[in-house]
Design a protein around this ligand. Structure first.
Ligand code: FES
Ligand SMILES: [Fe+2]
Length: 358
């Protein structure tokens, strides 16, 4: 497939109907604004003095300047060019050049998007509630008060979001690609493991017991890290998020969201919830995770085809690839197109038969 392929349009139109992280909460302080990007849409994410967040199209209605380069006055975002001011609903509240007897034209608006904060992340949805396909994903472990959160650095991968999610859930590569951290290169053979798909088609779960090595122990040349063993508990919330229990220690839950910046690129938002009392050094943990993400990124950015093939006759699937089979089937069932084939939109609420309603 090539750039501009209709399959990418279908991906983007459908993906726009889900919630995606756009920034880490910590990166948008009261009075601050940052730029973000979802599905080739540039956004300005700002926080008012009272802590509330606004997400606007990164485009001033006057002369198209970037609002993300502006400043926040109390509850409004002010354009850097002529200082027009917009509230979080996108309404223009001030045009300094306009004499007081003139009213602000109603067309002076910035497009505003719904936003919400959860798990140390700011999330946004590009469509209104009537067109949203799923509520914002929720990771309950981040709200119970029983865990300490480390919200990780955001990575940009030049890869399709589905490819990244599948990589994160691919347990068959641990012993090969991650032998320098938690992988155990003496355990190649795999037992089959059951994978269950929730009745609504949006949840996939599987557990995988694996004799992982302890990546936090430094060893000398030729020595092996001690085996600790991990029961990896994967819980996918389709299409773009996963919660993985125990990977960073017993009771920990790593949560990831592959936020598509386009049909073939993404930002990886991730965090880990550690049980209280099992807090870790944030910098050391971040450095360790970076060593794990790095080889994954190199592989996934190089995978061909770039778009995950949803037709199971493409690529070879063996019994230890059960997650990939379930994930691809589920993506297809919720309407994402088959690469190179017809578009399956019949299961998508509000879609017409052509699958191009967005
Ligand atoms: S371009 Fe934004 S106020 Fe003029
Ligand atoms: Fe990996």
């Amino acid at each position: 497939m090539t750039a501009g392929d209709p399959a990418d349009d279908v991906f983007s139109a459908l993906a726009a109907r889900y919630w995606h992280p756009v920034a880490r909460s910590v990166d948008v302080r009261p009075g601050g604004v940052v730029g973000a990007r979802v599905l080739e849409r540039d956004l300005a994410v700002f926080r008012a003095a009272d802590g509330t967040v606004g997400v606007l199209d990164d485009l001033c209605a006057h002369r198209g300047a970037r609002l993300s380069a502006g400043t926040v006055d109390d509850a409004c975002l002010r354009c850097p060019y002529h200082a027009w001011s917009y509230d979080r609903d996108g309404r223009c509240t001030d045009i300094p050049q306009l004499a007081p007897e003139h009213t602000i034209p109603g067309s002076a608006r910035a497009e505003a998007f719904r936003s919400s904060e959860h798990a140390g992340l700011i999330w946004a949805c590009l469509v209104d509630e009537s067109r949203e396909l799923r509520p914002r994903p929720t990771w309950p472990v981040t709200e119970t008060g029983t865990h300490w959160l480390h919200v990780g650095a955001v990575y940009e991968w030049n890869a399709q979001a589905f490819r990244q999610i599948e990589n994160f859930c691919d347990v068959a590569h641990f012993s090969v690609l991650h032998a320098d951290t938690f992988g155990n290169d003496e355990q190649m053979e795999m037992e089959p493991f059951p994978v269950t798909t929730r009745a609504d088609g949006y949840g996939i779960a599987f557990d995988y017991a694996y004799p992982s090595r302890d990546p936090t122990v430094e060893v000398g040349p030729g020595q092996k890290r001690p085996v600790v063993g991990t029961n990896f508990e994967y819980r996918l919330e389709l299409p773009f998020t996963v919660a993985l229990a125990n990977a960073s220690g017993p009771g920990s839950v790593m949560c990831i969201a592959a936020s598509p910046t386009s049909a073939t690129a993404m930002k990886l938002f991730w965090l880990c919830a550690f049980p209280l009392g099992a807090e870790v050094d944030g910098d050391a943990y971040e450095a360790l995770e970076a060593r794990i993400w790095l080889p994954d990124r190199a592989i996934v950015e190089g995978q061909r085809p770039e778009r995950l093939p949803l037709d199971l006759v493409e690529e070879l699937h063996l019994p230890f690839d059960r997650l990939a089979i379930a994930y691809r089937r589920a993506l297809r069932a919720i309407g994402f197109s088959i690469a190179g084939g017809p578009v399956a939109m019949s299961n998508v609420p509000g879609s017409n038969a052509s699958g191009r309603s967005d």
